[in-house]
Design a protein around this ligand. Structure first.
Ligand code: ADP
Length: 173
């Protein structure tokens, strides 16, 4: 008889500036499939502008995922595959929305497979209502005064609106 597979631990890396209901839909699905899910906020010097610091993004994520007992939150810098092996994750989880995500995501998955063949990238599609949702579009709508309640949790909406107000006050000074 083949040995039982160890329960899989998935690493879900990303910017999460800010966490949207699309991200949370992926995390909710992953929490039902994997024994453990680590949501990892990237310190990414290549992305010069972020609205929230890594610590702020972690805090919003912690509140957003606390209902799932097998989900934890961390930050990282450097190669995702290195972080996966440090935390013992055998899966890198990425969300796939439209075809526009596909080319970049596939390229990353191939590169990561080359770097760490023992780590498998798994793509997960969100519910259709989140398939056009991105952190940047939510920030844009919030900046223009639109209703973001269908896209983020109430707590994240409050943080986002407050930050955008503070930003516009600073800009007008
Ligand atoms: P990154 O800068 O790494 O793309 P994001 O926070 O934008 O960071 O996204 C993290 C992951 O979540 C990516 O795999 C992205 O495709 C996925 N994702 C983002 N928004 C959604 C959504 N609405 N539905 C499903 N997956 C999503």
């Amino acid at each position: 008889m083949a040995p039982a597979n160890p329960p899989a631990h998935a690493l879900y890396p990303g910017s999460f500036d800010v966490v949207t209901l699309g991200h949370l839909d992926v995390i909710r699905r992953a929490a039902r499939i994997f024994a453990r899910v680590t949501v990892a906020v990237a310190h990414n010097p290549a992305k010069i502008y972020a609205l929230f610091t890594v610590e702020e993004r972690l805090a919003m994520l912690r509140v957003s995922v606390k209902k799932w007992r097998n989900v934890d939150v961390a930050s990282f810098s450097g190669l995702t595959v290195n972080v996966a092996s440090q935390v013992g994750a055998t899966v890198i989880l990425r969300g796939l929305r439209a075809v526009s995500d596909f080319e970049y995501e596939l390229q990353m998955a191939m590169m990561n497979d080359n770097l760490a063949p023992d780590v498998t990238t798994v793509f997960m599609a969100p519910s259709p209502q989140y398939s056009f949702l991105s952190s940047s579009s939510v920030k844009e709508i919030a900046r223009l005064g639109g209703d973001i309640s269908d896209f983020v949790t109430p707590a994240v909406a409050r943080e986002l609106i407050a930050r955008i107000r503070a930003e516009s006050v600073n800009e007008s000074c």
